[in-house]
Structures are given as C-alpha cells and as structure tokens.
Design a protein around this ligand. Sequence first.
Ligand SMILES: C[S@@+](CC[C@H](N)C(=O)[O-])C[C@H]1O[C@@H](n2cnc3c(N)ncnc32)[C@H](O)[C@@H]1O
Length: 268
Amino acid sequence: MNIIRSIKGRYLGWRQRAVQRQLLAGFDAPADEITRSQWDDSLKNPTAFYLRCFHYFHTRLPEPLREHRAYFETEGRGFGEKSFHVMWFLLFREFSPQSFLEIGVFRGQTVSLAGLLARHFHLDCFTQGISPFSPAGDAVSRYRCDVDYYDDTLKNCAHFSLPAPALLKAYSTDEAARNLVASRNWAFVYIDGNHDYEVARADWDLCAAHLQPGGLIVLDDSGLTTRYAPPIFATGGHPGPSRLAQEVDRTRFREILQVGHNRVFQKI
Ligand SMILES: C[S@@+](CC[C@H](N)C(=O)[O-])C[C@H]1O[C@@H](n2cnc3c(N)ncnc32)[C@H](O)[C@@H]1O
C-alpha cells in the first residue's frame, strides 16, 4: 500500500510541476500590477485571479519573497502555495498592519513572511503566533512527529535574520490563548489552525470580536463553497472553514479578496 501511495504521490508531484512549467512557458511578459480596485475580480472569477497571482509571483514579486517561498517549499517546511505570497504582499502593501496574529503556525512560514513583509515595507508590525507546536492535527490533517515545531519556527525566522515573533504554545481554544487574543484589537488575523468546523468557528468568533474596525481576517482553506476551481497544483480547502466562510455575518464583514482557498474578510 505504501509503495502504491508513494508512486501515486510522485506521479502527482510530476504532473503538478509539468503544469506549472507549462504555465510559466506561456508568460511572455511580466504580470500587470494588481491594483486595489481589481480585487473584486478575485471574487467574481477566483480561478483567473489565482492564476494572475501565480504569474505575478514569478515575474513581479520581489526576489527575497520568492526566495522565502522556495526555502519553505523544501524539506517539507511549509504548506501553502506560491500565489499566497502574492496575497500577503498585496495585503501588507495596502493596509500596513501594525499587528498580525496567526492561529496555527506549523514551522513558521507565515509568521516569518509577516516579518519579512514588515521589513520590506518598513512597518513596525507586532507578530504573534498561537499553536500547539506539536504534531496535533484534526479530522483532515496529520503532521510529522519528528520535528520540534517551536525551535524550528525560531530557527526558520533566524534564517531570514528576522526578530523572533511572539509565540504561545497552546491550542487556540485554551484559556491562555483566548486571553491573549482578547488582550488587544488586531489589525490582521490569519486563521489556519484546527480545520474542524467547531474549532474554526470558535477561532472566528473570538478573533472577530477582537479585530480593529477595518481589520482583516484571512480564513485559510475556505474555498470549497466558491466558484474557485483549483489547478492541479493547488487545493480548494476543507469543509469546516468553507462552511464557516458561508456563515460569515455580511452585515459585520465584507469579503474583499480571494486568492485560491484563502478568503479575506474586512470588519466593517
Ligand atoms: C496547516 S498548519 C498551519 C500552516 C501555517 N499557517 C503556515 O502558513 O505555514 C496547521 C497548524 O495548526 C496547528 N493546530 C492544530 N490544532 C490547533 C489549535 N487548536 N490551535 C492552534 N493551532 C492548531 C497544527 O499543529 C499545525 O501546526
């Protein structure tokens, strides 16, 4: 069984790389700039917008950010997709956040990207991660057991000469974590911890209550309930966060951007 799974995995990886190479070969000019007024396009046609971000990544995104993604693409250091680096770049450029909270840190790809973007845009952005820093998974995710997730996150931030982010070793539903979230009003929150509906819902409710007016919540893995049709090298998300996104109170939050399975909501 393991051999068959391994062969299937390799074949899928090969096809994913082939499709990406094909797309790259079709880019005969650098991507156009993506302006704020075009973000609505991502809601109307999320698949085309995702591919636009893919093009942008390869032809326009600053080199240090591309290198950061390459580092996390190796040795199983990170999840996510290249286009998500473009999403964070657009969000930091547009909103200049002064605080960033990530729920579900894994090995530090996004907390370190927040640090890198803060440096790139000369921002003073307080960065906080909340995660068990263990292989704790959920109904749809399993993580390796042979990594010290806390040390690894710090090591990966140091690799880019970034200051260590503030890290709390806890489940987002623990009292210490809930108190920490409630300790300030955040500019940006990224929810990417436990993907089970009940936990994602609890994360949303708490973070929504402690978000600045005009602040953003990025909800990972929530694209299944949209028109987004992921290319073979991307995924549409998971049922829990996707259901949650459907239930977001539109009188309190406006959806402003979708990049693949990441959906961005702004507090009104
Ligand atoms: C998909 S990974 C996160 C990837 C990360 N956001 C990134 O951009 O690289 C999900 C992480 O959430 C953690 N996690 C699981 N349950 C959690 C919970 N209840 N609260 C916070 N984090 C949780 C997992 O252990 C794992 O590290």
